[in-house]
Design a binder for this molecule. Structure first.
Ligand code: PEP
Length: 251
């Protein structure tokens, strides 16, 4: 089974209108019309619309960093899946560790958002990952299993194949510390095993599992060469055209 690599840039809460458009344009120009991998950029919500204009008609997909899992209504400050697809989003990051830690998002919240994303025709990128303390106490697999089970609760086989999982060890995000290729592949294999139990081997083989955590031009190739690493969710290095394009080219 060949899974198409997905390289996605999580711009987090960075950029301004002008720099966001310039970054998107630089990526569109560098990537060309037929890249051998899927590429996406995930700007802050206020810059989704202007970036959508820049990437329209190109091979660069647009993703949001979050959604609110309700239909239109009295939810001040929130944005739902229908709005995101309306302005051209294809992907939505869900359950990023920063949201889990800073905004108290739970696995139950993530699963509710996952269903809202799928109902709105978005491809969810579901983030899971252990903290340093959890890794050092030997509970990585327990933590990941709980996150996968909770975040994917109620998901049926028919829809599971189209989702994306991002394994992002919390201790590697924005720290400059990357999981070694062996550490990352080990957890990706474990995640695919969980997906096999939940959805069967055929579906599990189709689900893309990205790695995220200080991916850079210098470490991307060895990570992306692992059999179960199907792409990267890139934070800091996605803010510079050259770095992000070098990561795309490393895959
Ligand atoms: C992320 O935020 O998803 C991430 C992986 O960040 P960084 O690449 O900066 O570690």
């Amino acid at each position: 089974m060949t899974r198409r690599t997905l390289i996605a840039g999580n711009w987090k809460m960075n950029m301004r209108a002008e720099s966001a458009a310039a970054l998107a344009k630089g990526i569109v120009d560098a990537v060309g019309n037929t890249p051998p991998v899927d590429v996406a950029v995930c700007p802050p919500s206020v810059y989704l619309a202007p970036v959508a204009d820049v990437v329209a008609g190109s091979s660069v997909g647009l993703g949001a960093q979050n959604l609110y899992p309700e239909s239109d209504g009295a939810f001040t400050g929130e944005v739902n899946a229908a709005m995101l697809t309306d302005i051209g989003c294809r992907y939505c990051i869900l359950g990023h560790s920063e949201r889990r830690q800073l905004m108290g998002e739970t696995d139950k919240d993530v699963s509710t958002k996952l269903h809202a994303a799928l109902a709105g025709n978005l491809i969810p990128i579901v983030c899971v990952g252990e903290t340093l303390e959890q890794r050092e106490s030997g509970t990585t697999e327990d933590v990941i299993a709980k996150q996968i089970e909770g975040s994917l609760a109620g998901l049926d086989e028919a829809r599971a194949a189209g989702i994306v999982i991002a394994y992002e060890p919390v201790w590697a995000i924005g720290t400059g510390k990357t999981a070694s290729k062996e550490q990352a592949e080990e957890v990706h294999v474990f995640i695919r095993g969980l997906l096999t139990k939940q959805f069967g081997g055929e579906v599990a083989e189709q689900i893309r599992i990205q790695y995220g955590g200080s991916v850079k031009p210098g470490n991307a190739a060895e990570l992306l060469a692992q059999p179960n690493i199907d792409g990267a969710l890139v934070g800091g290095a996605s803010l510079k055209v050259d770095d992000f394009v070098a990561i795309i080219n490393a895959s």
